[in-house]
Design a protein around this ligand. Sequence first.
Ligand code: 9WN
Length: 445
Amino acid sequence: MGNDQFMGNDQLLNRALQILQTNNRDGYTIPGAGIYLFQWKWDSGFIALGYSHFDLQKAMVEMETLFHAQWPNGFVPHIIFHSDAERKNYFPDAAFYHSSLSENANLNFETATLTQPPVEGWVLERISQNSNHMAEVQDFVKKLFPKVMAQHEYLYENRDPFHEGLVYIQHNWESGTDNSPVWDEIWNSFEAPEYNFSRKDTRIVKEEQRPAKREYDYYLYIIDLFKKWRYSDALIAKKSPFLVQDPLFNSMLVASNKSLIRLGKQFGFSQDVKRLERWNKKSVSAFNEKLFDKGAGMYRHFDLRGGKWLDGLTSSGFAPLFAGIPSQQRMRKMLFALERFSQNGQYFLTPSSDPEDNRFEPQRYWRGPVWVNMNWLIIEGLKSYGERDWAHRIKEDTLQMVREQGFFEYFEPDKEKSRKQGFGYGSQQFSWTAALVIDLLNDTL
Ligand code: 9WN
């Protein structure tokens, strides 16, 4: 850890390669030893992107394994519990999710019953680009295209009850940003019972870096409600207290739509291209109309149940940059918001939640620390707008943070503390940190 302060780029790269090798299992990659012992959906996307720079075979297998567990209705679960041996080491486990209660479940796999941001479309396109369009990779893309398309169809048909072009998430775990302060308001809107269970995560990671126990009660209770409704999307849309149009999730959908449109044209999926274009046009305009907060200069979460924005600004509100959603003018406003998140350079970009919010906690998971995957999305977004200096700044922040703190899951945002402390938070050899550092180091930016 301390040594990482002196790591040059070659050492960073070697360390990243080692981590992916260590975390690689039979056909998939665990996010982090000890704590995340199975395959996670959006992790696999970032990890496959990292592999595509040095082992295309692994990149393709990672994605194929993920889609083996896809449900017949197009839904892709966020955890695939491949290993029976590790079952006792993660909670909630497959037994708690009890996926067979759903008439749509894929009974060949033990899976969770929630999903995660739909990154797969743009991941496929980037793998294809990184392979220089090699024939074998083209075949892989053609094979996976309909599966990714089916996921988008599932989302537009089941997660958009008012046909707005924006899909909702039904659980905080679907956002990828589990204990973000934006959910607090929802937890305050209903009562969850106290669950009696033993936390597995806090055996590995300090309690103050993880969500609070009381929050877990809410996370579990919503799943229990879903079980009562046999995971019917229609009942969930009608009754569940948690129904949110999340800017990160919808940005990933739009970015993937755009990639699928380009890939679909290339590979002759013309009917699909037409549908994707229709969906996407609607999504982008609803996104800009409904989720942009002019005062804050960034995008917000919309609570479909409460009929208003959720309280709080988070790094998810910058993700639309990655999908090319804001106009140039809006993008420039977002730069001011980014600067504010850095607190005049006191913090590495991009703290996961607003440092001026009194709920900001720099060590606790999605309530303050910096995450490499969010930075990577913002860097790529800024590049696409021609904002190379900004992109460069966030890339340098990211690499500096990893050099000083190590390949952690999430990072201390305060630059001075980072230098002195020499470690980050959460899992210590985290796969997407490694995979995305590989991608960043391959970029000439
Ligand atoms: C629940 C695996 C996952 C990430 C999420 C991150 C965390 C899981 C957990 O770990 O969530 O899905 O047990 O805390 O928040 O983004 O995909 O790395």
